[in-house]
Design a binder for this molecule. Structure first.
Ligand code: SF4
Length: 306
């Protein structure tokens, strides 16, 4: 519905948003990322984190109302980890959004695990009651060795606690994991442990991305030194298959169609699990026996993006 930022709504820097928020109104409530220290991430390295003032956010909302009126049904609060906002401020923003956009159905934002751990369950419940319906959170890996290496800021138990707290509050949770994040050294453990953590979280939405090594990040420097060995596309599919085989989720929309992925698959778990594993097995078998098919069957490197 919304053209990509035709008017100045007060955005600072590049705005990142989940693919599923492509049609949402984006209100920037924070600038940068509240953690900004994951070794693989280059999204917000160019800016210092701050929470915008209520006045700044109000100005953006008022202007958006003049432009879009009552048509706004979905709002995404940017930037990285708007969930870190003080609860009182976020409630004021959510109430204002509801007042200005009477047709509003959903407000969502990014949240880091530490942001969730920093709030009580009752605070999260309050946010839900005031309109925060969905949080996107990067689990990245369930392997404690990988989580430490990439400096995610939490271990797997804390990750589970942070995610369960969001779900228990009523807010829906959409998580991403990153295929290949453990490199060749940790690939199997990364897949097995990530499935374990996902099973404990039991999210409503799950989206695996595939690692892209971003220049300027600590991970890129490790890669240049030869200390990090990335997976081949085929190894990435094997990792994905290993992970899906072990997933025991109760009701999850699974989308592996992000632009970084070599193969787009998706479905609902647990119903489509067997079909997805079978499809992956066939593709892995074909490419293993005839490597020249990789070019035809998988997204080429130059078309991958974040
Ligand atoms: S991955 Fe997420 S939490 Fe980590 S630095 Fe990037 S935006 Fe921040």
């Amino acid at each position: 519905m919304f053209e990509q930022y035709p008017f100045d709504l007060g955005y600072e820097g590049t705005i990142w948003r989940p693919p599923s928020e492509a049609k949402s109104l984006i209100i920037q409530a924070t600038v940068g990322c509240s953690w900004n220290a994951c070794t693989f991430c280059g999204n917000y390295r160019d800016r210092k984190f701050r929470v915008k003032s209520l006045d700044e956010i109000k100005r953006s909302i008022k202007l958006a109302k003049m432009l879009y009126g009552s048509y706004v049904r979905r709002v995404f609060l940017a930037d990285g980890n708007a969930l870190v906002m003080p609860t009182d401020l976020m409630i004021e923003v959510l109430d204002l959004l509801k007042k200005e956009f009477p047709m509003l159905e959903r407000v969502s934002c990014y949240g880091g695990p530490r942001d969730s751990l920093g709030k009580s369950l009752s605070e999260l419940k309050e946010l839900y009651e005031h309109g925060l319906k969905l949080v996107y959170l990067g689990v990245e890996s369930g392997d404690d060795v990988v989580l430490k290496k990439v400096n995610k800021g939490v271990n797997s138990s804390q990750m589970i606690e942070a995610c369960r707290k969001i779900i228990d509050s009523g807010i829906k949770l959409s998580v991403t994991v990153i295929l290949g994040l453990g490199g060749r050294e940790r690939s199997h453990q990364h897949a097995v442990e990530t499935a374990r953590v996902l099973n404990a979280i039991d999210p409503q939405y799950l989206a695996p991305l595939t690692l892209m090594i971003v220049p300027g990040t600590p991970l890129h420097r490790e890669y240049l030194k030869g200390a990090f060995k990335p997976l081949t596309p085929l190894e990435t599919l094997i990792e994905l298959k290993t992970m899906i085989e072990r997933l025991e989720l109760t009701n999850c929309i699974f989308r592996c169609n992000h632009a970084s992925n070599y193969l787009a698959i998706g479905g609902t778990l647990p119903d489509d699990k067997e079909d997805m594993v079978e499809l992956l097995s066939k593709v892995i078998e074909k490419i293993s026996s005839r490597p020249e098919l990789e070019k035809k069957m998988l997204r080429p490197e130059y078309l991958r993006a974040l």
